[in-house]
Structure formats: C-alpha cells, structure tokens
Design a protein around this ligand. Sequence first.
Ligand code: PA5
Length: 451
Amino acid sequence: MALPISFDYGYLAPDVDFDEVTSYQDNVDLAHKKVTQGGGLGSDYLGWVDPGKIVSPEEVQKIKDLAKQIQDNSDVLVSIGIGGSYLGARAVIEAVAMPGQGPEVIFAGKSLSVHEHYGMLQRLHGKRFSIDAISKSGTTSEPAIAFRLFRDALERSVGKEEARKRIVATTDASKGALRKLATDEGYATLNIADDIGGRYSVLSPVGLLPIAVAGVDIDALLAGARDVAAACANPDVTKNPAYYYAAARNFLYMKGYTIEIFATFEPRLHYVAEWWKQLFGESEGKSHISFFPASVELTTDLHSMGQWIQQGRRTITETFVIVDGGEPNLLIPAADNNLDELDYLVGTSMAEVNKAAYHATALAHRDGGVPNSTVHMTTRDAYSMGALLYFFERACGVSGYLMGINPFNQPGVEAYKTNMFALLGKPKFEKETEAVNARLAALPKNTVVEF
Ligand code: PA5
C-alpha cells in the first residue's frame, strides 16, 4: 500500500539538486545508524524511533478506557501541559478531530497569562470537566501553576473525592513532583518513558489521551506512524522522503539559507506548524548553528508576509505541507451578475482554487529565489497525520545528526527559568537571586522612552 506522505523536491533546484543530495548518502547512512542503533549524541532519547514500541497494547487499552470514562463524565477535558507536553495533542486534535466526537479539549498551562487562565476557568462554570495534567518532570512552572488552579476549581465544583476520579496525571513512571502527588492522591496515571523527550512524545500517552478524548482514532494515528517508520528502514535518500528532506535542508543551510518556513494552505494545520517549529527549533537550535523555523498560513499570509517571502532578504527556504484530497465538495455557485468576475469559476470546487493558489505560490516563490519543497499528504485523517508527524520526527533526528548536534537535548531552555526562579525567590535559588538582583541594579537607569 502506498504511504500517505511523499516529498517533492522539484523547486529546490538549482540551489540543491538531486545529485548533491544523493552524494550525501554516506553521511545519511551514518545518521540513520545513529537514529536506529544509537551511538550518537543524546542516544538515551531514541524511544520514539519505533512507534510500535512507544505504547504497549495494554497501555493503548488503558488510554482508551480513560478516554471513554472522560467522554462519559465530562463536557470538557482540561489538558494541562507546555511545549512537548502540549503541542502534539493540539496539532492532531485541531487537524483531524470532528466536532461533537468527544468533549471539548482545552489547553491550559501553556502560558502564564492571567487572561487566558481566568477566561478558561470562567468558561468551565457549570460544566462537567476532567483534567489531564501532563508533565514529564512534574516541576515545570506553567503547568504546575495551572494544575493548582484547575484542581482547585474541580475540587470546589465536585468535592475532593470526586475530583480525584476526574484527574489523570501523565508523568514520569517513578520520579518527580507530579508522580508523587498522583500517588498520594490516588489519581489515575499514564507513564512517560525516560527515553522519549517532550517534542517527540505526541505518539506516547502525552498526546494519545487528549487525542483519544477528542474522538480521534489513535489506532489509525499509530498505524500511520508505524508504517512510515517501517519504510524508513531503507536509508536510501531516493526511496526515503524523510531522509531526502533532511539531507536537502542541510545543503540549503550550508548554502546560506538560514530560515525555514513551514507553509500550509490548510488552517487546520496551524498547530502542526507550531509543533514542527518546536520539533526543529529545540532539536537543532544549538551551537549557534541551524535554521530558524518559522511558519505561514496561506493564502492568509500571502496578504501579509507574501511580500517579504517574494522579495525580502534571500535567506529563506520554504517547506509546503499540502493536503491533496479529502475535502468536502464546496463548489463556487453561479450569481445574478459577474461583477466579481468569478463566472469562469462557477462549478469549480474551492479545493481546486486552493490547489491552484499553492502551485502558483510555489512557482512564484521559486522565481523569487526561494528554494522550496513540498510534503504531500494524501488526505487529512488520523492515519495520514500519524504518518506526517513521524515523517518530521524521523527527518529531524537524522537532520540533527547530519548537522553534528545533539537533536534530543535542550540545554538552552534553562536560562530563563533560572532567572525567573531567582526573581520569584524560589527556595534553593538564593545565590541566583542575589546575582540577578545585582545585575538588575547595575543596569543603566532611565532607559524607558515615554510620551
Ligand atoms: O520538548 C521538551 O522537552 C519541552 O518542550 C518539554 O516538553 C516542556 O518543557 C515541558 O516539560 P515537562 O513535560 O517536563 O513539564
């Protein structure tokens, strides 16, 4: 059976051509070996590579049972998490969930915004809700604060006893604050494996529970990922679109393209783009090398960012993610007059117009000096989505190794946290508090410009 994902590199030439990419096969083989057999940097975090092993059949059943329970007793699931503990679930739900197939899933703990959280708490008044608190470490500030807020609201709404039955903790199997709290309180729990980092965790219980609650077929999602993983056993770049993409983008980087734009013509892929940005940004953004991952939603952003892409600084490459079919047949209707000059499109499906916009844009951007490629998805369903997510995960692991970095750590994200804990006076951060306060005191004064 043909897989639902393919990669078209046509518009990468003349910047990167087929011969260059195929000449890179030895490096790709090495990166492939590191991803599949270990031996590379960060090799303790390869638990995502075989999607058939991320969750056992028993765990899948447990996730389905918990999802069913939440569907039966709740109008809303509050999924609490940030970064890798948030984006994958949201990406899949917004891309493929059908309204009414499950309770609404809302996402908390992904910011420290009062407005956002206050608004969500208000909206929950009078509604039956459950909580999935997702944090591998169990100590991340944003979800920890949100969990306090929503747990408190749930306990006030249904009482402590009942609240316990409506909370799931998705966290490390044995350590961390959330694990301890879950054990003490008797919450249902799902485990996050040690060898799977946040941004590679969408196909683990981290993503699967909220996705299942939203009514998405998680068996199909996992099957899509498994099938692409099986096909990735072949490292030949001419037979492996994920590896062709990984190799080509490394050439682009070496040739001075430093920004990669994820571009989609389907707004429902908005959070897939957000997920992709975290995947590549956190995996590759280190050692002061690598692409800046950006995204646009088209045709919307052709009316805002289109000018820049067409004629701005020539440091960008674009990766289109295009859904080839499966849209409802919405035809452009006839009208009493042709003042809008659309009569030539009467009876044409809107999907066809969107497709023409894609072809027109890819060509125009190529002409404007933007090397671009396209990841095609046959349709927008759970199976294709699993395939797409895995395509990018696999490409990211291989691409990171081709770049010579560790694609599985994220040491840089600690810097702001240390400053924040110091500023907030967190216990055990006394030295940092002193240092930050001294630095702030030494800053130039009166740097604010006021009207
Ligand atoms: O990809 C990552 O590792 C991060 O984005 C984490 O997922 C994020 O910081 C949340 O961490 P945790 O799940 O420990 O709360």
